[in-house]
Design a protein around this ligand. Structure first.
Ligand SMILES: O=C(O)CCC(=O)C(=O)O
Ligand SMILES: [Fe+2]
Length: 83
């Protein structure tokens, strides 16, 4: 998945985005839009990632390509819509 921010026009501005992961672990990476600073996380089975406030304004994110993926991964993402 390519670098992006979750900024569809239907999304509430600065609304929280909650992401639940199940199954195979995957890396998740953030990159700051202005400084290029990178932050890597591991999304383990059962982990909850919450992106709040101005995260989408200032940071891109992606699932970096993995050479080996062991098993199925399911992600449930909850977003606040508006309009
Ligand atoms: O699969 C994930 O953990 C997140 C995917 C993602 O960034 C998205 O759906 O916008
Ligand atoms: Fe995303």
């Amino acid at each position: 998945m390519a670098w992006h921010s979750d900024a569809e026009k239907e999304l509430k501005k600065n609304g929280p985005i909650a992401s639940l992961s199940f199954g195979a672990e995957r890396k998740f990476a953030f990159k700051h839009k202005a400084t290029g600073e990178k932050v890597d996380l591991l999304l383990a089975h059962g982990s909850l990632l919450v992106m709040k406030g101005s995260t989408q304004k200032h940071w891109l994110h992606r699932l970096p390509p993995s050479l080996r993926v062991f098993g199925l991964r399911v992600n449930l993402t909850f977003r606040v819509m508006e309009g």
